[in-house]
Every structure is written in structure tokens, then in C-alpha cells.
Design a protein around this ligand. Sequence first.
Ligand code: FMN
Ligand code: SF4
Length: 369
Amino acid sequence: MGYETIASPVNLGGLVLKNRIIFAPTSFGLPEERLLERLRRIAAGGCAMIIVGDVPAGRSPFGSLYSARGFARYRRLCEAVHREGCLICAQLHQSDSDLAGMVRYLPGVLTKRYSMDQLRELLNQRVGPYISSLPAEKVAGITASFGSAAVLAAKAGFDMVQVHGDRMCGSFASPLFNRRQDRYGASVVNRARFAVEAVTSIRRSMPDMPIDFKLAVRQEEPHYGNAGMLVEELPVLIPLLEQAGVTSFHVALADHSRLSDTIPPANHPYFSSQGCFLRYADEVRSLTRLPVCGVGGLTDPDFVEEQLKSGRIDCAAMSRQLLADPDWPRKVTEGNTDAVRQCVRCNRDCLGGIQRHEGVHCVFDREQV
Ligand SMILES: Cc1cc2nc3c(=O)[nH]c(=O)nc-3n(C[C@H](O)[C@H](O)[C@H](O)COP(=O)(O)O)c2cc1C
Ligand code: SF4
């Protein structure tokens, strides 16, 4: 099989990608030097763009674009990725964890009374009350910070920004968390306002910057995903985001549920197949003419080529596959598919590494040691 479509360029909001493969946003939990080397290595494997996961839109005690040290760190990342001929995008996100509320769980975490999954569940329980009681002026200040962060991201060298439609965008979008009765709550238009204001703020600050939006989609029957918008609500959300200035969409299952749903293993009861979230991308495709990027269980070169060639998606984003084999794009575009080390979607050392506080790795790395 030929892989001409994978190897062909694509235009995202005026930015030309050399091929269709994007490294999906991935938090590594690694120290600076090791993160830099991992992203450089992924860039060297031939993907067209790396999306750096979870870049804070506001000031953050964990480092952000606003501090001299944080800015310098992102600048080095951008330079390292660019040197390998790869573009780089900042995933701007706003956490919806109630930091003050988190403090009460610290002793339990330090004494290992709570596992990471339990802590996540406890934090999720606080999201609704937290975002439902944030004063409206404070919310407007948070959405405005996306514009300031985009200006800094461009200065640091990022080629594009992605608004993370999950986290605070996602919890505002979902009535499972958002109980507000003001302009940020109740109707779909009001629940979409956080995301729309964040995008508008970026567009005002950076008139020419490509803006990708990570659409967090949830569904009922069966119930999957808690934050984000229901598939049935997308016809309202997508035109609003387009009018605000979004230039492409990246479509995945909404979060605030089990991580093994958003990063599904091969034995997942519902999302076990290749391209497991593409059903949501199909919905988005039917509602917009903007480029749509698919993600989720994309590992097989023939399958990926077929989805791109048929026009089902315009780009294919991969997290775990490029952790397992950063050279997937180069090997596939050179027709050397036999040499590809295909991710088996076991989640043992990537998601497992994060959960064990060891940072993201891959079972295949162990074989090389
Ligand atoms: C270790 C790890 C960390 C991730 N971190 C993020 C993140 O920071 N932001 C995000 O939007 N998605 C994150 N994801 C989800 C991925 O972007 C992707 O949607 C998901 O893994 C499914 O794609 P895949 O089958 O290619 O891995 C992460 C995934 C993994 C495996
Ligand atoms: S450990 Fe490696 S092979 Fe297993 S899911 Fe993670 S990236 Fe894929």
C-alpha cells in the first residue's frame, strides 16, 4: 500500500504541515532536560507538528509562560523541535482543580492513603462546586488570560496554539459540573461561553495565529465522558467556535472520567478499535469545513492512510504510537512499514508511568536496556 496521503502537506489555518502526522498533546511528568530530549527525539522521527500538552493559560505555581524561567524553558523546547524540521503548538489549558481544596488531601497523598485514581476522583467531586461558584468577573479574567498566553507562546516560538476544550472549558460546558444560572450556565450557548471567550481573546490578541480547538465530546447510552459537550450539542458549539476564530478541530472523548477511557487500552470494552474516537470526528466533519484532526488508537499505517485518503480526517494525531516508535512517520513515508514498532495499547509504562510518578515511558524502552 502507498502512503501518499500521510506524506502529503496540509494547511491548518495558514500554517503548512509537511505531512499529516501530529504528536498529540501528552504530559510527560519528566524533568526539563529529559522532556526536551524526548520531544526532540519525537520531532526527529518525522512528524509534522508536536502539540505540547497542558501549557497553563494563566500564571501557575508549577511554571508557566509568564515567568522568566518558564518562558525560557518553552523557548528551548521550541528551538529544539524546530531544529528537527518540525512545527510546535502550545496546548493552552486552565485547570479546574480547586487548589485551596486540594490542600486538604495532601496528607492522604503523602501517606499514600489515597491512590492517584482516588485523588483524581476526590478532585473531580470538587470541580462542580468550584466552577459553579467562581465570580463571573473572575471567569472573564481567566478567559482573557488565553489571549495573553498566546502572545507569549508566539514570542517563545510556538507556531500555533490549541485551546484545551477539556479541563475548565470542559467543565463549564457540561451540566454535570456547571450548575450556574448566570451568563456562563444553563443553556448550551451559555455553557459554551467560556470556550468562546477564550478563543475570542486569542483571536483579538493574535489576529493571524492558527487556533486549534481540542473538542472534548461526551455521549450517553452508554455514558462516556463527563466534561465537554454531548454529541447532540455540537451543532450549537461548533459554529460559535468558528465565528470566534478557531481554524481547525482536534476531536477526542471528553475527560473527567476514567483515564483508561480517554487513553483506552486494546481490551477496552467500548473503545478498543483502531481510530476509536473517529465516530466523534465524523460528527464534527458534518458540521464544519475546517480541517479535522482525529486521535485515539491510530497505530496501523494502512488504517491511518485510508482515513486520510477518504477525507474522513485531515490529520492523524498520535500519542502512544509515537511514544512506542517516534520514527513511525519517517518509516511509513519511506515505505518501511515492516520496521514500525506498533504500540500495543497496553498502557503499562506510558499512562502507568504517570500514575506511578515515574514519568512517561514505553514497555519497548525496557527491551532496549
Ligand atoms: C501519558 C499521556 C499523557 C497525556 N497527556 C495529555 C495532555 O496533557 N493533554 C491532552 O489533551 N491529552 C493528553 N493525553 C491524551 C492524548 O493526547 C490522546 O488523546 C490519547 O492518548 C489517545 O490517543 P492515542 O491512542 O494516540 O494515545 C495524554 C495521553 C497519554 C498517553
Ligand atoms: S507502554 Fe508503549 S506499547 Fe504500551 S501503550 Fe504505552 S506506548 Fe503503547
